[in-house]
Unconditional design. Structure first.
Lengths: 78, 407
């Protein structure tokens, strides 16, 4: 895992955050870091987990409709 | 007089009298009262009343049919849409509905329906081409980011799909490619919707859906060109057409067949938001336990180092030295004590030996020491008669005079 990859967590999409989270966990699983590095990874992992959970909680289905070759907002009829 | 006309007898028919007349006309024709009719079953309905309703049709016309419950229970044939049959019964007219219909009492299978035969023929040929091979099926992504939908914008299928997606994976982005899904223009519409979706929005998966209907309603999904468009789609396609019992060629061509539109949306979201949340919680747990273990390990190694440090510290060496000195001094003292005791013993031995050698000791045994002029007399020639001698015994001395000589 690239250590320089420290984009602010709240700028990450769910997929990005989740992918990084998985990388953090597998990095921790190797146990090859110094304690400081491991703790930093842990903090990052915790932040990513929280961010993912928040994205899940506030997600709203985005719907658009194809009209010819362009995408338009789709209004649902009840 | 004008008004009187109102009281004239009405010269025409009422709906009831006309309908009744037509009914009698039909029923009076003996050839219509005991007939066999050939056709294909569609719009089969079995309401709770137990009567069976369906439409018998061929390529040119359709005929409403009824089987009363009493007859229905005696049917040996399992009726289904698309089934071609010979139906026996009588023709009459249902006056309230204004509908002539065949009151059926016997149904014989004619073999598979014509549409169904067409379906089988096309299926066999596409199958032979390998279009339905399992090896062709693409994997459905577990967690699609963008989901394409090909269906009617006004149908229940779309509503079911959107509700399901909203519930299961609101993170997803939905692109609808609206098209008619029934009628002559449906195949072309479905094909261009699939193509446009791939071209414009490159979805991770496409749902091809339509609610339930008769075999004719679903016919667009048995179109060969539609089948080929499904096969050629870049994105994998999940079909959800009709009800659970409906199988269309589109189902066979799709990468995954769902029994209904709702099920298609469920299969497209194998990992739903609840699972994602559970997963996150689990990862959080793993994180905590990993870091816990790591800290534990570090603590242990700190402990261990601390022990090693204590072991090698000058403090410990000093202690050791101190102990050695203690030990040595103990041994020294002990040696000294032993030495003294030994010396004393030796001394006492010597003393005893000395004592044994002392002339006093000999005197104590009854011997005497005789001196003449301070000289010990040990030989007879040292003395003469009348010599004054001094005799020393154990507890004193006395003088003596030599009176004789035995030598």
């Amino acid at each position: 895992m690239a250590k320089t990859d420290t984009k602010p967590i709240d700028k990450l999409t769910y997929e990005q955050a989740y992918a990084e989270l998985e990388a953090v966990v597998s990095a921790l699983e190797t146990g090859e870091q110094s304690l400081d590095e491991a703790l930093a990874l842990f903090e990052r992992g915790k932040g990513l987990t929280k961010h993912c959970a928040e994205l899940l909680d506030k997600a709203e289905l985005r719907i658009r409709s194809l009209s010819g070759e362009t995408l338009e907002p789709f209004e649902e009829k009840e | 007089m004008e008004q009187l006309a109102l009281f004239n007898a009405f010269p025409g028919w009422t709906v009831t009298t006309l309908t009744h007349h037509l009914r009698e006309l039909l029923e009076s024709d003996a050839s219509l009262q005991d007939i066999w009719v050939q056709g294909e079953i569609s719009n089969l309905a079995r309401p709770a009343s137990g009567h069976i309703y369906f439409t018998l049709k061929d390529s040119g016309a359709s005929l409403r049919c009824v089987i009363w419950r009493s007859e229905a229970t005696r049917l040996r044939l399992t009726l289904q849409d698309g089934l071609a049959v010979d139906v026996h019964g009588s023709v009459s007219l249902y006056e309230a509905g204004g509908q002539y219909q065949l009151y059926a009492d016997t149904i014989r299978p004619l073999g598979e329906g014509v549409l169904y035969q067409e379906f089988l023929r096309l299926k066999a040929s596409l199958e032979a081409e390998g279009l339905f091979d399992a090896a062709r099926k693409r994997t459905i992504p577990q967690f699609p980011r963008r989901i394409g939908i090909v269906t009617s914008p006004s149908g229940a299928a779309l509503r079911d799909i959107l509700n399901t997606l909203r519930r299961r994976l609101p993170l997803a982005e939905v692109i609808l490619a609206p098209t008619s899904v029934q009628g002559e223009e449906a195949p072309a519409g479905i094909i261009s919707a699939i193509q446009a979706l791939n071209r414009v929005s490159a979805p991770d998966v496409i749902l091809l859906a339509r609610g339930g209907g008769s075999i004719e309603d679903l016919w667009a999904f048995n179109n060969e060109k539609v089948v080929r468009a499904i096969i050629e789609s870049d994105a994998p396609i999940i079909s959800g057409v009709g009800h659970e019992t409906d199988f269309t060629l589109a189902d066979f061509a799709a990468d995954l067949r769902a029994p209904t539109p709702t099920a298609a949306a469920e299969l497209a979201t194998q990992v739903d938001v609840f699972e994602l949340k559970a997963n996150l919680a689990e990862i959080g747990g793993v994180l905590s336990s990993k870091i816990g273990t790591l800290v534990q390990v570090q603590l242990q190694s700190v402990d261990w180092l601390d022990n090693r440090l204590k072991f090698t510290s000058p403090e410990r060496r000093l202690q050791t030295e101190r102990q050695r000195i203690d030990e040595m001094s103990r041994r020294w003292i002990s040696a000294q004590v032993h030495g003294l005791e030994f010396a004393e013993e030796k001394f006492r031995g010597l003393e005893n030996r000395l004592q044994a050698l002392s002339p006093l000791a000999i005197l104590r045994r009854g011997y005497a020491v005789i001196t003449k002029n301070k000289k010990v007399v040990s030989r007879i020639k040292q003395i003469q008669i009348d010599d004054q001698l001094s005799v020393r015994i154990q507890d004193g001395e006395f003088n003596a005079r030599v009176t004789g000589n035995n030598g």
